[in-house]
Design a protein around this ligand. Sequence first.
Ligand code: AMP
Ligand code: MG
Length: 520
Amino acid sequence: MKLNINNTFSEELPSDPVLENSRRQVRNACFSYVTPKKTRNPEILHVSEEMRKSLGFSEEDVQSEEFLQIMTGNKVIEDTKPYAMHYGGHQFGNWAGQLGDGRAINLTEVIHNSKRWAIQLKGAGETPYSRNADGLAVLRSSIREYLCSEAMYHLGVPTTRALSLAITGDQVLRDILYNGNAAYEKGAIVCRVAPSFVRFGNFEILAAHGDHKNLKLLADYTIKYFYPEIKESGKDAYVKLLSEVSKRSLRMVIDWQRVGFVHGVMNTDNMSILGLTIDYGPYGWLEDYDLGWTPNTTDRQFKRYKFGTQPELVLWNLYQLANALYPLIEDIDPIENVLNQYQEAYKLEYIDMMLAKIGIFTNHEKDDLYVNELQELLQLVETDMTIFFRNLANHKKGNSVQGIEIVYDALYNHNDLTDDLKRRWNAWFLKYDTRLEDEVLEDDERKKKMNTINPKYVLRNYMAQLAIDDADKGDYNLINVLYQMLKKPYDEQPEYDKWFVKRPDWARNKIGCSMLSCSS
Ligand code: AMP
Ligand code: MG
């Protein structure tokens, strides 16, 4: 197995001088060295073909004993020193102090085909940042992360990736609903991959400690390797960094709104400095279109991270990043500019994205109205987001009465289609049809283009749960079926038609489907 090892984070940034693996408050350092925990009886369940190739592993490599042992914590890659990152964060709106990689351990960085990748194991045991937890991950949450991060990549959403999914052979105790019913579950490890796992929280913790020297080192490091286009120097460079991060984060969240992804825990420790979707925990996919929906039961009371407010929460998180970078900038005006620009851009890009979803590609001044009215209609009764937008591409110009059929197929309860609702939808489709007159694309071309924007297949919550239920019984086949299908989410793939359906009724209020906790 030949990897092109090229460590920068641990080579160029300060390490915690304490080497023992004990929980502690770390100061003046960006990471702590720590070795993954040994696992009893590991088994690889799945390897991502695309990621294997991207990292330069051969087919034989990933089937080797060495690969198995490395990806499950039993062997350290030659000439590398694994480490856990030091970060803090704002959780649910409050400063939480030190968090850090409590159960993720970075193995190394590699370069392949001129691309840099950091490789880390999630669920690989305790670190100095584990606080009162065990550093482990269970199979159910690992399947969810593994499948979803790869699915997001194929949907074109910026995201961290996954190389492999393994079970450890160890048992892990979890209380899923935090109600005193703890039970043992299968332990698992996902090998995650990204150009870098640096988060907003890595900057925040240094700023909170007044460690401006290392704050500057980390910012310079981030620019050097991940934002080489920034040519400014001094404070201008850090303003530019904030601005670029805000643009990338906006792109990410607009994509979430496009495909119906709800992250569930948008704390600043879960915000990638590269604008990648990171930390797949109690996330969920929107089924009936509801701007107020969150899958996270821990957030049920205030619904801070509900679908409709995600773009605003990104902005809130950018404020925290701005605060953390302030000591390097010491000037409020350019920072405010960046944050104001986000707000402006967000409104425009959101409308553009929604218009693209309905096949309107040339802008008119009053186009917001279509979007607002549509969002209102979609929320009157339970209407499936994915099915509605996918089927809307079948609309033919000059045939507005057909609209009701499209709505009907997306309704969860057909009795909901009252005369009043019909009238309202008919009125919308009539306007929509008139508006389409101004579009240059013909029906077929419009459909083709819409089908590259509105996915046919997403990882609905119940699908992941079915794969989990099978896996708990030792049957891992569905993981691969879903993985293969989700590689081409925009293609028709008639062989997978049975997955282009509304959420089945049994999944409506089921734990793992509509209700997820942070227990993972
Ligand atoms: P999250 O919001 O789930 O991404 O995690 C918040 C913090 O809790 C991070 O610092 C994680 O590393 C840590 N954490 C979550 N689960 C565990 C666990 N099982 N053991 C140790 N630390 C954990
Ligand atoms: Mg996290």
